[in-house]
Design a protein around this ligand. Structure first.
Ligand code: ADP
Length: 462
């Protein structure tokens, strides 16, 4: 409090703290002896009112600012959790506009960054899932952290394998050993493993160490299914072994006959000579048939799909029966043709169909005892052309039926050889029918007979 020389009375100064400001109130005091001029009193009062109003306004602004900063904080908190879509509303931006604008910019940047990350992730998963190789990544604890669809298929994994321990999912000691070794030594290992399943699968595995830091996983398994390759290799090895064996047998017989004739002086004995020469000729015929069948099979397999056209099946069947008639008569087997009431034709390649028919009728005669019957019929069935060769022969035991179309597979080797079989006839039939776009099937009952059915495309009516 001090006396004002200007106003000639005492003035009381009061300093008040209001949020955001320091207000100074001035009050007159009746501490002077001279009366206060009326103007001075009015000004003082107005000043007091103005300070009061300014204080209230500042209080309001401070509250609003605090609220809006809260909204900014909330937006930043959401952004830190990856939620960048919501903008700070207009009503909550006053007094904090520059900060809100900076938050907007940050959100825009994060949004485009997240979009880039997502698109890279989508691309990675597209690439991984379009791979035929199985890819599986595990972390240091051997927990699966990444895998593609091929990995699910090749390792037969249950859904939701991500995040589970590898040993719970794949029970192959070799794979688990390799993964452990890679995690310890950081060296690439791998090889072939056979997984137990039906049919068993052979996988070629490569287990690699992933670079440390950055990547989540520590070891990556890349699996390629080589079951089919191994199967084909096995089939080829078996084929070569079988073919060699089949060729060796008649060759050995011919050699033995010739040696006997030369060494023992049997060549001078007309009776012995004729017998051994006859045996050698028979084996040479067998060898010739075997080589011809092998060449046919190789050619059919390499040629692939045939061009087809309507084939006059009735003429083809009659010609076949004509060729087989003597053979059938020798064994007292009847050959019967049963054409359909309404003539139909297949779409086929004539030579191939002739070969198929010849092999089936030849087999039917070979595996039917004297007095039996072989019937050839054809008809339209369910929009397809069906040719049947049926006999009343020895039949095929059910356990052999699935394998009779394999090369060199014979139910009774001795009987097949005795009747001049090579074991390749049905393999040739199957490949030829497939090359015509058709199917072959068999029905058989032991001691009752066998029926082979060929299904081909029906030729349109002329
Ligand atoms: P093969 O030259 O030995 O006859 P195929 O491939 O023609 O060879 O036939 C394979 C095997 O299928 C034969 O060895 C025989 O055991 C059996 N088989 C084929 N056709 C008949 C049939 N019509 N009746 C009984 N068994 C048959």
């Amino acid at each position: 409090m001090r006396a004002s020389t200007f106003w000639s009375f005492l003035l009381l100064f009061v300093a008040v703290f209001l949020p955001g400001m320091l207000a100074v109130l001035i009050s007159t005091g009746r501490l002077t002896t001279s009366p206060a001029p009326p103007l001075a009193v009015v000004v003082t009062l107005l000043g007091l009112v103005a300070v009061g109003v300014a204080g209230l306004a500042n209080l309001q602004i401070a509250r609003q600012t605090a609220r809006n900063l809260g909204a900014v904080c909330q937006a930043l908190r959401q952004a830190s959790q990856g939620e960048v879509s919501s903008r700070i509303p207009h009503s909550e931006r006053s007094h904090v506009e520059p900060v809100a604008a900076a938050v907007d910019q940050l959100q825009d940047f994060l949004r485009s960054h997240f979009a880039e990350v997502q698109s890279s992730r989508d691309q990675l998963s597209l690439v991984l899932n379009s791979m035929v190789e199985g890819v599986l990544v595990v972390d240091e604890q051997q927990r699966v952290v990444l895998l593609n669809e091929s990995a699910y298929r090749l390792f037969r994994l249950p859904q939701g394998a991500d995040g589970r321990l590898l040993f719970e999912l794949v029970r192959n000691p070799q794979l688990l050993l390799w993964v452990t070794r890679v995690l310890e030594d950081r060296q690439t290992v791998g090889g072939e493993v056979e997984l137990l399943s039906n049919p068993p699968r052979v996988l070629n595995l490569r287990v690699l160490s992933l670079p440390e830091g950055g990547a989540r996983g520590a070891a990556m398994v890349v699996a390629t299914d080589i079951s089919q390759l191994r199967k084909l290799e096995r089939v080829r090895q078996e084929f070569v072994a079988n073919a060699s064996h089949e060729l060796k047998t008649p060759l050995a017989s011919i050699k033995a006959c010739v040696e006997t004739l030369l060494e023992g002086g049997a060549i001078d004995d007309p009776q012995f000579r004729d017998r051994f020469l006859g045996m050698a000729a028979e084996q040479a015929d067998r060898l010739d048939k075997l080589v011809r069948d092998l060449l046919s099979l190789t050619r059919i397999e390499s040629e692939g799909r045939r061009d087809v056209e309507p084939v006059a099946i009735d003429r083809l069947v009659e010609q076949c029966v004509g060729r087989q008639l003597r053979n059938a008569e020798k064994r007292a087997i009847g050959l019967r043709i049963e054409p359909p009431d309404t003539p139909v034709q297949p779409l086929a390649d004539e030579d191939s169909l002739e070969h198929v028919l010849e092999n089936l009728v030849d087999n039917a005669i070979k595996y039917t005892n004297s007095g039996g019957q072989v019937t050839i019929r054809w008809q339209e069935e369910g929009g397809a052309f069906v040719l049947e060769v049926e006999d009343t022969g020895i039949g095929i035991p059910p356990q052999h039926v699935p394998r009779i179309f394999e090369r060199f597979y014979r139910v009774d080797k001795a009987r097949s050889r005795e009747v001049g079989g090579t074991g390749l006839g049905l393999a040739i039939v199957k490949h030829l029918v497939q090359s015509l776009g058709g199917e072959v099937s068999v029905n058989s009952r032991i001691g009752k007979g066998t029926q082979f059915r060929i299904r081909l495309t029906l030729a349109p009516l002329p």
